[in-house]
Design a protein around this ligand. Structure first.
Ligand code: 6PG
Length: 248
């Protein structure tokens, strides 16, 4: 049963990051209390940096029980300024006592993006219980691009059709480059998906994603509806400005 999105509108980015950090800590403590570990797939881009910085300075967590993965990665080495891993490492992973073996980055330095995706999928298959058709992350963080993409699932891109693989490479025409991304079945198998969206450049897209009728193929963030999990949108007032009153 697809849960309807829980939308929280925060006054500004700082409040959004604080709400996201509080949610992250809550989810982590709950998972660790019940299962002894917390698995999270981090989002890339720039918005989550504010959350990661806050977690690095404010959150007192049992870091050794938290396992970090990535929802997607650019097809670049880990020290490249474009790398989502590099951003997360600088903002969070290098600042708290997380054992190195708890961090699973995408081997995006591999010149063959498809092979990098296969390697990452093998890593996930080793970590998650083999019986599961898809891994069930305790939390997947996602952002939303102005074109409605999420992770590296871009409008009209081939990866949107993937129904069985866990990780694929995906050619992104607008950037003329490959990306590596978790697939929709994996994203929609999460216990919790938390979107972070802020800024006026997201206003019209957020209105379409949350309240519009255009196909999800054109706005892939629409296709994120956890089949047996929670969907939480944390947005600031700027991004939410066009939402109709029932959400505002
Ligand atoms: C990436 C992200 C991507 C991001 C959106 C939104 O690799 O860039 O995974 O999906 O979340 O582009 O990015 P911002 O939050 O920085 O606008």
């Amino acid at each position: 049963m697809n849960s309807s999105p829980n939308i929280r509108i925060l006054p500004d980015r700082a409040a959004l990051f604080q709400a996201a950090a509080d949610e992250f800590v809550r989810q982590a403590n709950a998972a660790i209390a019940s299962k002894g570990r917390f698995t999270v797939a981090l989002a890339g881009g720039s918005t989550p940096k504010g959350l990661y910085n806050l977690l690095a300075t404010k959150a007192a967590l049992p870091w050794d029980k938290i396992y970090f993965f990535f929802g997607d990665e650019r097809h670049v080495p880990p020290d490249n300024p474009e790398s989502n891993y590099r951003m997360a490492r600088e903002a969070l992973l290098s600042k708290v006592p997380i054992p190195a073996q708890n961090i699973f980055r995408v081997p995006a330095e591999n010149p063959d993006a498809a092979q990098a995706a296969q390697t990452y999928e093998a890593t996930l298959r080793q970590f998650f219980p083999p019986a599961e058709a898809f891994p069930r992350f305790d939390l997947i963080l996602l952002g939303m691009g102005p074109d409605g993409h999420t992770a590296s699932l871009f409008p009209g891109s081939k990866a949107l059709q993937e129904k069985s693989r866990w990780v694929v490479s995906n050619w992104v025409e607008k950037f003329k480059t490959d990306r590596i991304t978790l697939t929709l079945p994996v994203l929609n198998n999460a216990a919790v998906v938390m979107f972070l969206a802020a800024g006026e450049d997201k206003t019209e897209t957020l209105k379409e994603v949350l309240q519009g009728t255009k196909p999800g193929e054109q706005f892939p963030s629409k296709l994120i509806r956890p089949t047996n999990g929670q969907l939480l949108w944390l947005v600031d007032q700027a991004a939410a400005a066009a939402l109709s009153s029932q959400h505002a």
